[in-house]
Design a protein around this ligand. Structure first.
Ligand code: F6P
Length: 356
């Protein structure tokens, strides 16, 4: 009987519980035991290690639930762990020891590129058998066409545009929706096309305020009294300056570009502007059917990799199939919107202003 661990690491997103459920179902099918590690690697650092023994009864109702039943954190890199007294310590050996204390044969790590890089380093240092599953609303993990959580985030951002549409028209306003995505514009371009935005701004493509306002003026000249703009959180000012980046716990956080645009657009175009910052609503809530489907496929495939003794691999979605690739291949670079991609051509073909 194998003993496998599973943990969720980094920011949460919709679909994490669906992965956990699939892993438990598949592993139970093999007759294995599953240990759900609490709060990312922190559960392995704790003494005694903190975990939940996961059986079918514990997971059979979590398919549709947002968040992660295991808890997670995007703070506390074990190689540079911030202690309450301000010291920064390397606590990697404690995590490896926690893995050994639980007598695990393998561990499934669910995370984005940052978490996967940390988990891989730990696995190499401690001889841990690791398989990873990509998740992030930002969809910036390389190689996989989709990471868990992205589709739900796009759905929520699209619904927000749908709702803004009518209030924009009623008040003859320019509505600006600021969405997440970190340094990648995947959420903005997908939701922008699906939600009928007139302007999509993403970090990958520069823009000018004068061309943006020309687009809004043209719409007005055609009798369209309102416009919808979607902007990715990492978009900078026209002059290339980061806007209102705030620092939480010593880390950079995006936010504020929506208000910057509202002010400059009001000046150049004249219309009333309003900003909606969608924030963490994009991460919470019920996973979309596609996220549940991918989560289920990834969870089963990850357990099957362990059964085959294939480690240091990440499962990925490619051409309607789950494949597996070396984790290193997926974390060497992160994936941003390609300015020559079909989505960019589609947006331009629809007359959406997407920068210059
Ligand atoms: O990486 C996911 C993400 O939601 C980004 O889109 C966003 O910039 C960041 O995490 C927010 O992090 P936090 O939850 O720590 O504020």
């Amino acid at each position: 009987v194998k003993r496998i661990g599973i943990l969720t690491s980094g920011g949460d997103c919709a679909g994490l519980n669906a992965i956990i459920r699939a892993v438990v179902y598949r592993a139970t099918g093999y007759g294995w035991k599953v240990f759900g590690i609490s709060r990312a690697t922190n559960g392995l650092m704790a003494r005694p290690p903190e975990f939940t023994a996961l059986e079918i009864e514990k997971v059979d109702r979590i398919l549709t639930q947002g968040g992660t039943m295991l808890g997670t954190t995007n703070k506390g890199n074990p190689f540079a762990f911030p202690m309450p007294d301000g010291q920064i310590l390397d606590r990697s050996e404690e995590i490896i020891e926690g893995y050994r204390m639980l007598n695990l044969d393998a561990i499934i790590g669910i995370g984005g590129d940052g978490s996967m890089a940390i988990l891989r380093k730990l696995a190499q240092q401690g001889g841990m058998n690791l398989v990873t599953i990509p998740k992030t609303i930002d969809n910036d993990v390389d190689i996989t066409e989709q990471s868990i959580g992205f589709d739900t985030a796009v759905n929520i951002a699209t619904e927000a545009l749908d709702r803004l549409h009518f209030t924009a028209a009623s008040h003859s306003r320019v509505m600006i929706l600021e969405v997440m995505g970190r340094d990648a514009g995947h959420i903005a371009i997908s939701a922008g096309i699906a939600g009928g935005a007139d302007v999509i701004l993403i970090p990958e493509i520069p823009y000018t305020i004068s061309n943006l306002c020309r687009k809004l003026d043209e719409r007005q000249a055609q009798g369209k009294n309102y416009s919808l703009i979607i902007v990715s959180e990492a978009v900078k000012t026209e002059a290339g300056q980061a806007v209102n980046c705030t620092h939480a716990f010593g880390e950079m956080r995006y936010g504020g570009v929506g208000q910057y645009l509202a002010d400059v657009i009001h000046e150049c175009h004249g219309a009333e502007t309003r900003v909606t910052v969608l924030g963490h609503a994009q991460r919470g809530g019920t996973p979309s059917p596609l996220d549940r489907l991918l989560a289920s496929a990834f969870g089963v495939a990850a357990v099957d990799l362990i059964a085959q003794g294939k480690f240091d691999r990440m499962v990925a979605w490619r051409d309607r199939n789950v494949i597996d690739v070396p984790i290193l291949d997926a974390i060497q670079q992160y994936c941003v919107v390609d300015p020559d991609s079909t989505l960019v051509r589609t947006a331009r073909g629809l007359g959406i202003y997407l920068g210059d």
